[in-house]
Design a protein around this ligand. Structure first.
Ligand code: PA5
Length: 331
């Protein structure tokens, strides 16, 4: 029987354990050429892992990591590029097009998918690939898609194996904090269900804001937006000019955020409080970047699920995405 979205969110820590076992067993062929840059290509629930890892490893990775969410690849991609193709279904047309371009450019390619055309092409061309469990909504499989990206980066010696301990600690943290996360997430969902959420964080955690936005969109079926500091202080802040009770601000914060940015956050809150009284802060737990990212992701996933419950809607269905993909396949 298919698991409900609630069960899938609840099983995040278990999924991470399973994903670690899959990653540990993954084998990669040696690249013919030195890897000088990485492009992770994928959309939606299969693209967000790329955004998260690119931020989580920015102080540990020796080469640039670019995240690509389109049909095309940047011009610099060549035989010195590792292209990671991420598509849960394996049938997303933008990702397949980017994969074909990577093949034409002789890039080193590794695929992460549950099957579909991506795995068919990988088998036909003899490309490295990791198969993750199928039959779930892609966004509910971030534990699998994200974890494999770390193993791939490590497999190509672009990061060390430090991430393994951080993932293990994150799993323990999430299990220990599950009750607290759920009750805080429910509290926030109650505050947000009739509002438009405006989500902020320090820019090196923007991936968390994007994930939360996407989950509010897809699970909660609601519009919202996000921005990051300090950049937001240089433009969006000026847009706060009219009191608007419909807007509710959520700020993801870490003790480790840069002190000047923390000061900016305090000042930003002061300014915004002239326009909405609804300002909520979410403080991360965990000693490492990976723990903090996974904590925020899990917290946001629960909020999005509670939003669907409070609003009495089906979190799982994304009929409009299916309709769009169906229409595109006809032309
Ligand atoms: O949540 C979803 O269903 C989407 O965001 C998909 O992840 C997106 O359309 C890409 O599909 P796939 O993950 O199969 O490549």
């Amino acid at each position: 029987m298919e698991k409900s979205m609630k069960d899938l969110v609840a099983s995040f820590a278990d999924q991470l354990k399973e994903a670690m076992a899959i990653g540990r067993g993954a084998k990669f062929s040696s690249p013919d050429k030195e890897i000088r840059n990485v492009v992770i290509t994928g959309l939606g629930g299969s693209g967000i892992g790329g955004t998260i890892i690119s931020q989580a490893i920015e102080s540990n990775c020796s080469v640039p990591v670019i995240v690509n969410k389109d049909y095309f690849l940047p011009e610099f991609v060549n035989e010195n590029t590792l292209v990671i193709v991420s598509s849960y279904s394996g049938n997303t047309e933008e990702t397949l097009n980017a994969m074909n371009i990577a093949l034409d450019k002789n890039a080193k390619i590794v695929c992460v998918s549950s099957g579909g055309n991506v795995i068919a092409i990988a088998n036909e061309k003899g490309l490295d690939h990791i198969i993750i469990p199928g039959g779930m909504p892609p966004r509910a499989c971030i534990a699998f898609s994200l974890t494999q990206l770390f193993f791939i980066m490590n497999g190509f010696k672009l990061i060390g194996d430090w991430f393994i301990q951080d993932f293990e600690s994150a799993i323990t943290l999430l299990i220990n904090e599950e009750e607290h996360i759920r009750s805080e997430a429910y509290y926030l969902a109650e505050k947000l269900h009739k509002k438009v959420a405006v989500i902020y964080s320090q820019s090196n955690y923007e991936g968390v804001c994007i994930r939360f936005r996407q989950q509010i969109n897809e699970n909660g079926k609601m519009l919202c937006w996000h921005h990051a500091l300090p950049e937001m202080n240089h433009n969006e802040l000026v847009g706060w000019t009219i009191p608007n009770d419909k807007l509710a601000v959520v700020i993801f914060r870490n003790e480790t955020d840069f002190d000047r940015t923390q000061t900016r956050m305090e000042l930003t809150k002061q300014i915004i409080s002239n326009y909405t009284p609804h300002i909520y802060e979410v403080h991360s737990k965990g000693d490492s970047t990976i723990e903090r990212f996974l904590y925020f992701i899990h917290f946001g996933d629960w909020v999005s699920w509670y939003l669907s419950e409070i609003r009495g809607i089906d979190a799982t269905e994304v009929k409009v995405i299916d309709f769009l993909k169906g229409e595109l396949s006809k032309v």
